[in-house]
Design a protein around this ligand. Structure first.
Ligand SMILES: [Zn+2]
Length: 538
C-alpha cells in the first residue's frame, strides 16, 4: 500500500525498488522554489554517503501538460519528473515526499523508492479550505501550521473569513475604528445558542497588515493562494458598531456577543455605506495584491432595519424595487462591479447570487437544501464552488457528520445535469468556529476530514476507495503527530450512531460536541500512554 493522500490518479508499478544513499538534483533554476522544500526534506532524512552511487532527480519541462499536471518515472538509476509549471513540479515533490519510506523523525543511511510511473492531475482545479477567525481567533502560527498540511495535501486555496457580526480582524490603518472597536467584543456566548451563558471576558484579536502579508507570502511559497472574505451587507454588526453612520437608524449598536443571524447590519441605501465599502475593498485588494479572488459574502441578510429606514424605503421607490431581496441584489451588484474594476474575481455565497448577477461571479453553494433556482443557474453555466454543509462543514461533530459522509457522498445535486456538473470548478471545506475555542478542538474537527476533502478534490471518482483511504490514514497519523497536530482517531471519526446523531441534531449541538471532544481526550490519554510504553520497550 502506497502511503499517498490524496491518492494519485494513474499509477504503473514495477516489481522492484531503488535504494540510494547519495543523490543530486538537476533542474532549471527558475523552478528552484518548487523543488527546494523536497531538497530540504531529503537532507533531513538521509545521512548522505558522498562515495556512494549518486541517484539523480531530474526535473524536465513538459509544455504539453496542464498547469497542475505532473508525471514521475522512478527507475533504479534516476527519478524523472515532468511538469509544465512550478506548481506541477511542486505537486510531484509532495507525492515523492510521501513515497519516501522513512519512519517519521528518523534519519537513515539509505532511502528507498518503489520503481513506478505516476501520471497525475487533479479532478478539480480549485481545492480549498475555509477557517472562520471571527467567532474565534487562532492566530498566525496556527494558520501557518494548517497551511503546511494543506500544501502537503495539494490544496491550492485558503479561504479566510475575517469579518462578521462578532468582529473584524484586520487593522487597516486608514480605518481608525476597526482595531479599537470592531475587533473587540465584550463577552462571548458559551454552552448553547438558545441559552444565556457567556464567558464574561473581553475578546479582542486582530491581524496587523504585516501579519497578513507574512501569511500571504508563506502560503504563496507553498502554492496556496489566499481568498480573503469581507461579508456584506449581512453579518456586519461589528462594522456598524464601529461606524454607526452605516446603520439604517443610527441607534447605538455593540459588536455581537452571541451567534446566529442578526439584523443590526449596514444600510444598503446611504451613499456613506457605498463609499465605506469601496474604500474597504480597495484596502483589501491592495493588501491581498497577489490574490485573484475576493469573497464578498452576500449570505443570510435579516433586513428588519431596512424596513424601518427612510433611506431604504426611498431607494426602493426610486429603483422600483418591491422586496428587501432586490435591494440586497442592487447593493451586491454595485460591490461586484467595484471589485471587478480592481481586477479581482468575485466569489459570493449562493444566497447573494441572482439570475442577474454578473456572469463571472462565482457562486459558493453551502446549504443542505437543494435550491432549485440556484441549481438551474449552475446548469446554465454559473461557475460554482461546492461546499454543502451536510458534507463539508467540519464544525459539526463526527456523530452528526461522520467521515464516511464527507468521503463517500458524491459531488452532485439533484437536478444538476451533465453541463451543470462541468461548471463545478471545485470544492471547499469550511469550519465555522462559534463553539470552537481552542486550537486543539479546531484540529480534531478538521483532521482527518481535511484529508478526505483533499482526496475528494484531487482523486477522480472512479479511483476513490474509502476502505483503502482508511488504511492509508493509519500511515498518515504519525505525520500529523510529527507536525504536532491533534486529530480525531478513525474509530471516533466513523462514529455515526443513530441514537447519538438524533440527540446531537437537537438544539444543543455545542454541548454534544463537547461530549465527543471528551471522548477524544480519553483516547488521547490512552494513546499517549501506549506510546510511552512502546518507547520504554525499545
Ligand atoms: Zn437603510
Amino acid at each position: 500500500m502506497l502511503p499517498l493522500i490524496p491518492m494519485v490518479n494513474d499509477i504503473k508499478m514495477e516489481n522492484q525498488q531503488t535504494t540510494f544513499s547519495n543523490y543530486t538534483f538537476e533542474y532549471d533554476t527558475n523552478i528552484m522554489q518548487a523543488v527546494q522544500q523536497f531538497q530540504a526534506e531529503l537532507k533531513e532524512k538521509l545521512n548522505v554517503n558522498q562515495r556512494a552511487f549518486c541517484y539523480v532527480f531530474q526535473f524536465i519541462l513538459e509544455t504539453k501538460f496542464a498547469k497542475q499536471q505532473y508525471k514521475i518515472e522512478i527507475t533504479k538509476e534516476c527519478c524523472k519528473v515532468y511538469a509544465k509549471s512550478k506548481v506541477g513540479f511542486y505537486y510531484a515533490t509532495r507525492t515523492l515526499a510521501q513515497l519516501l519510506n522513512v519512519k517519521i523523525g528518523e534519519k537513515v543511511d539509505t532511502l528507498t523508492l518503489p520503481c513506478m510511473t505516476i501520471n497525475d492531475r487533479p479532478r478539480f482545479k480549485f481545492r480549498s479550505f475555509m477557517i472562520d477567525e471571527v467567532r474565534h481567533f487562532f492566530g498566525k502560527e496556527e494558520i501557518k501550521k494548517i497551511i503546511d498540511l494543506m500544501a502537503d495535501l495539494k490544496f491550492n486555496y485558503f479561504h479566510w473569513h475575517l469579518s462578521d457580526d462578532q468582529g473584524f480582524r484586520i487593522n487597516f490603518k486608514e480605518f481608525d475604528r476597526l482595531q479599537p472597536i470592531a475587533a473587540k467584543r465584550a463577552r462571548t456566548k458559551i454552552n448553547a445558542i438558545t441559552g444565556n451563558d457567556y464567558e464574561e471576558k473581553e475578546y479582542h484579536y486582530w491581524y496587523e497588515e504585516s501579519d497578513i502579508k507574512e501569511i500571504i507570502a508563506y502560503a504563496k511559497a507553498k502554492y496556496i493562494e489566499i481568498i480573503p472574505e469581507i461579508d456584506m451587507p449581512g453579518h456586519t454588526t461589528a462594522l456598524v458598531a464601529a461606524y454607526n453612520e452605516l446603520h439604517c437608524l443610527h441607534h447605538p449598536v455593540e459588536v455581537e456577543t452571541g451567534f446566529g443571524v442578526f439584523s443590526e447590519i449596514v444600510c444598503p441605501s446611504k451613499s456613506t455605506t457605498y463609499d465605506f465599502f469601496k474604500k474597504l475593498l480597495k484596502a483589501l485588494c491592495r493588501l491581498f495584491k497577489s490574490s485573484h479572488y475576493i469573497h464578498i459574502g452576500g449570505d443570510e441578510v435579516d433586513a428588519k432595519t431596512w424596513a424601518q429606514c427612510p433611506d431604504c424605503q426611498k431607494k426602493m421607490q426610486d429603483l422600483h424595487l418591491h422586496e428587501a431581496k432586490e435591494l440586497q441584489q442592487y447593493f451586491m451588484q454595485e460591490m461586484v462591479a467595484y471589485v471587478q474594476s480592481l481586477n479581482k474575481k468575485v466569489i459570493c455565497w449562493h444566497d447573494g447570487i441572482y439570475a442577474s448577477s454578473h456572469p463571472e461571479v462565482i457562486m459558493q453553494y453551502w446549504t443542505w437544501q437543494m435550491d432549485q433556482p440556484k441549481i438551474q443557474l449552475i446548469n446554465q453555466g454559473r461557475s460554482t464552488i461546492y461546499s454543502p454543509c451536510s458534507q463539508f462543514y467540519f464544525n459539526d461533530p463526527y456523530a452528526e457528520l461522520p467521515l464516511k459522509t464527507t468521503y463517500c457522498k458524491k459531488i452532485r445535486f439533484e437536478g444538476l445535469n451533465r453541463t451543470g456538473l462541468s461548471h463545478i470548478i471545485g470544492i471547499e471545506g469550511c469550519i465555522w468556529t462559534e463553539w470552537i475555542d481552542s486550537c486543539e478542538l479546531l484540529e480534531t474537527l478538521i483532521l482527518p476530514r481535511l484529508e478526505a476533502l483533499a482526496e475528494k478534490g484531487w482523486t477522480k471518482q472512479k479511483n476513490l476507495n474509502f476502505k483503502d483511504f482508511l488504511n492509508r490514514l493509519e500511515r498518515h497519523y504519525p505525520v500529523l503527530e510529527n507536525m504536532h497536530f491533534s486529530y480525531t482517531p478513525t474509530k471516533i471519526a466513523l462514529s455515526a450512531n443513530k441514537k447519538n446523531r438524533e440527540k446531537i441534531s437537537k438544539a444543543f449541538r455545542d454541548n454534544d460536541k463537547k461530549v465527543e471532544f471528551k471522548r477524544y481526550l480519553r483516547w488521547k490519554k490512552k494513546h499517549q500512554n501506549e506510546k510511552t510504553e512502546a518507547m520504554k520497550k525499545l
